[in-house]
Design a protein around this ligand. Sequence first.
Ligand SMILES: Nc1ncnc2c1ncn2[C@@H]1O[C@H](COP(=O)(O)OP(=O)(O)OP(=O)(O)O)[C@@H](O)[C@H]1O
Ligand SMILES: [Mg+2]
Length: 146
Amino acid sequence: MEDQCFQDYDIALEIKNEDDIAISRQVVREFAQELNFSMGDIIKIATVVSELARNIYTYAKEGYIYIRKKEGLTENVVGIEILAYDNGPGIKNLDQVIGKHIYYERNLKLGLAGIRSLVDRFYVESQVGKGTVIKVEKRKVNLNEL
Ligand SMILES: Nc1ncnc2c1ncn2[C@@H]1O[C@H](COP(=O)(O)OP(=O)(O)OP(=O)(O)O)[C@@H](O)[C@H]1O
Ligand SMILES: [Mg+2]
């Protein structure tokens, strides 16, 4: 995949072992708690990260999850940005995959379509034989500062 600038992220997590899925879930949960996201949003953010980490572990074998706080979007709006990166096999039939699971969310497994429905921004770039980059953002309005 093309070079990306990862230095600006607050947290970098290597996904290599199955345990790293649960670790990434816990780390992003704490990060979202510090940013005062609601409990509902924290669960969504943690779910998104564990789904992305599980895809990396399952299909690419290894990769990274980067997490950062995003400010200055609009006044009083704070975001959390998550970037999943791997140099694995890439996603074939990306268009179909994005629309696949949302109609039958089974076993609380959401897939990429479900992930997309939980966040405010969703970006995916995948090249077969090269890898996958998925960037998502969840935002919140800081009510106590209005
Ligand atoms: N990082 C990745 N690298 C390569 N292929 C991927 C990656 N992530 C997803 N895919 C491909 O996209 C398909 C859809 O992924 P998605 O997460 O939506 O569903 P799933 O993993 O098949 O099932 P679920 O997540 O519901 O258990 C996968 O079956 C896999 O072929
Ligand atoms: Mg999956």
